[in-house]
Design a protein around this ligand. Structure first.
Ligand code: IVH
Length: 670
């Protein structure tokens, strides 16, 4: 291999510095100082040198953004500190209530300092910098574990590959969080290009960002115009960083893009002013936002406030009111849900509402249909509120054409033909035939969904096929399927059949909340399923519970309690559950935290590099009744410290907290 001389090494270093400088001006500050051609010249020269001397290519070289080898699939990557979600408010009154709870939690009557930021509508990611180098990047995933998309994130020009020396020596581990977005004009251009290549266009800018980022081939990501906005760091106990605003300042200095509508304010009045200003700006922005995130600025206050389930008590998303649009009602169909409810669904002339093309919208039920008196051909107003299914909220009577036809609610189930009933006191019409194929399809999809048993590959198409071929009459049949039975199905290749059988196998080992959710009891979503698992710990106890006990669980209302009780009394359900057990579905006990194990009530913080992933130790601690916190505070009982423990170790020493290594941890368990 040729040996580079000092002159060349100097040139290379200068080139990289120059390129980094100019790409920051261009991609982060939107303020380029040289022409594109000039920039390309620098870049070409860099590539030329690196081609000649491959030994000089470093992972932080600007050339490394272009995209490395494609990966087969994304590896799971646990977040050292979970990425939380946000509670929502939709009005000033609700925000005041949030502010009141914050003050109560902080035991203060003084106005609180908040940082307000636009709520960007893209994909949340985490970037891990070790000794200043970008080493890993992942999606948020379920908040605990994300997908490793490091090569893809490296292609985004507004993500620094390397931090300054002063930053990296002070913070050898820095986890930066933020949102990857796609601007609207870029999105439209991309869609035009996709259509021209005969590919499916993307639904909205969020999908544009997510779809571009989750490409298996990073060079596809590299070709997509993505932007990363940093909005925080994972740790709240880093030396010299005592506030969100200080963290944001540091990130800005390190070359991250910080949204220019980020503000530090005091008290709910100023928060409201910011909300109004942002709502006014919304139309003018060339990227989508769906509200404003308000965070308590001081980290010690954040720690004091803590979190409830998956959301912090110190932050809230104040969402914009739903957007509306006018369009034409082309037809009404009646869909049968997994619980037998018949919902009239409006088929609309496609229209864009808050960044999404809407062509179906709910008309809820017969009463609503009557109230609206919506007729085919009518001009209607549709509304989308956040992630909720779009709905028709009104019609425009003045625009009714002469030949508008009335909509008749059916008397028979459109799927199985059974007579539809409207139970007394209910707004919904239902098909009560448990064997109705449409219901079964819904139940099966719910059972296999991510929050349920998470059976990869079992979507609506396959569910329909399995039912039609009489292979599945209820979800328990899944556990008895054999590959040979699948092969005759349409478009079922050998590989696909094996994958499905494997996915079903995997689903036999799951967690209690997921099983409870998967059953699809009306009203029992993921949150209620978790509450039930926490309360009953074992599936057997839940099955045998009394209505009285259910009604007394915090967070479970009387209607849901009754649904759960009825579910387990139903003979058909019992037979099905029994078949699932015999088919190998494990019903493990819930791993309760804060319980009575040998570590009962103890709080741990884990830091540094250990012999196994952190989650391993976290699981052990939680199994024994302990808790794992993200940061060291006076409430910490033990710091489990591995190699290269950084600031947490210092802090624990300062606070006089017991510091243990892996061996001592094993002794504690013994
Ligand atoms: S902070 C506890 N800041 O909102 C802090 N999130 O529900 C949680 N998001 O998936 C995140 N803009 O993708 C934060 N300025 C912002 C945000 C933001 C958008 C998204 C993020 C996350 C979701 C949280």
């Amino acid at each position: 291999m040729a040996r580079p001389d000092q002159k060349l090494l100097d040139e290379l270093r200068q080139l990289r510095d120059q390129i980094n400088h100019h790409s920051r001006l261009y991609y982060v500050e939107d303020n380029p100082s040289i022409s594109d051609a000039e920039y390309d010249r620098l870049f070409d020269r860099l590539l030329q040198i690196e081609k000649q001397y491959p030994q000089l290519v470093t992972p932080d070289s600007p050339s490394q953004r272009v995209g490395a080898t494609p990966s087969k699939k994304f590896e799971p990557l646990p977040h050292r500190i979970p990425m939380l979600s946000l509670q929502k408010v939709t009005s000033f009154e609700e925000f005041i209530e949030f502010d009141r709870r914050v003050k109560e939690g902080l035991e203060t009557t003084e106005e609180v300092e908040y940082i307000t930021e636009p709520k960007l509508d893209g994909l949340a990611v985490e970037l891990v910098y070790e000794n200043g180098m970008l080493v890993r990047g992942s999606t948020r995933g379920d908040g605990v574990t994300g997908e490793n998309i490091t090569p893809n994130l490296r292609t985004i020009r507004s993500i620094p590959l390397r931090l300054s020396d002063s930053c990296s020596s002070k913070y050898p581990l820095l986890e930066v969080r933020g949102e990857v977005i796609m601007r609207r004009p870029d999105f439209e251009r991309l869609n035009e290009a996709l259509i021209a290549q005969n590919q499916a266009p993307l639904a909205n800018t969020r999908n544009g960002a997510a779809g571009s980022l989750r490409q298996l081939n990073p060079s596809v990501t590299a070709s997509r115009p993505l932007i990363f906005y940093a909005y925080g760091i994972s740790d709240t106990d880093l030396e010299g960083l005592d506030r969100q605003s200080a963290a944001v300042d540091l990130l800005r200095k390190e070359g991250f893009r910080i949204n220019d509508r980020t503000r530090l304010v005091r008290g709910s009045g100023q928060v409201e002013e910011r909300f109004k200003a942002l709502a006014g700006d919304r139309e003018r922005l060339d990227y989508e936002i769906d509200g404003m995130v308000v965070k308590v600025d001081r980290f010690d206050s954040q720690i004091m406030l803590g979190q409830i389930s998956r959301a912090p008590r110190w932050a809230v998303a104040w969402k914009f009111a739903a957007e509306q649009a006018e369009t034409v009602l082309e037809d009404v169909i009646f869909s049968v849900g997994r619980t037998g409810v018949i919902t009239p669904v409006a088929r609309l002339k496609p229209v864009r509402v808050s960044g999404v093309t809407v062509s179906n919208a709910s008309l809820h039920n017969e009463d609503e249909l009557r109230r609206l008196d919506a007729r085919i051909g009518d001009t209607v107003i549709v509304q989308r509120a956040g992630d909720v299914i779009p709905e028709v909220v009104d019609i425009v009577p003045g625009k009714r054409p002469g030949e508008a036809t009335q909509v008749v609610f059916p008397s028979k189930c459109p799927s199985c033909g059974t007579k539809i009933v409207r139970p007394e006191g209910e707004a919904a019409h239902r098909c009560l035939n448990m064997a109705c194929p449409a219901q079964l399809e819904g139940r099966l999809i719910h059972f296999a969904a991510k929050g349920g048993l998470d059976i990869d590959g079992l979507g609506d198409k396959l569910a329909r096929q399995l039912i039609k071929a009489n292979l599945v009459k209820d979800p328990s049949d899944l556990f008895y399927l054999e590959k040979d039975q699948l092969l005759p199905l349409d478009l079922m290749a050998d590989k696909k059949a094996s994958n499905l059988i494997e996915a079903i196998n995997r689903s036999r080992q799951t967690e209690l909340p997921k099983v409870i959710y998967a059953l699809g009891v009306v009203g029992v979503g993921e949150a209620a399923a978790r509450l039930l698992a926490e309360h009953f710990v074992s599936f057997e106890k839940l099955e045998k519970t009394s209505l009285d006990e259910l009604t007394h669980i915090d967070g479970i209302g009387p209607v849901i309690a009754a649904n759960i009780f009825e579910y387990f009394r139903n003979e058909g359900n019992r037979v099905m559950l029994d078949r699932m057990r015999r088919g190998g579905l494990a019903l493990p006990n819930y791993q309760r935290t804060g319980g009575t194990g040998v570590l009962g009530g103890k709080t741990f913080v884990i830091t540094g590099t250990l012999s196994k992933p952190r989650n391993h130790f976290k699981n052990l601690i939680e199994q024994e009744g302990g808790k794992v916190a993200g940061s060291v505070s006076a409430k910490t009982d033990y710091l489990l410290a591995g190699v290269d423990a950084g600031s947490k170790l210092d802090k624990a020493k300062k606070l006089g907290i017991a510091i243990i290594d892996e061996d001592q941890f094993k002794q504690l368990l013994a």
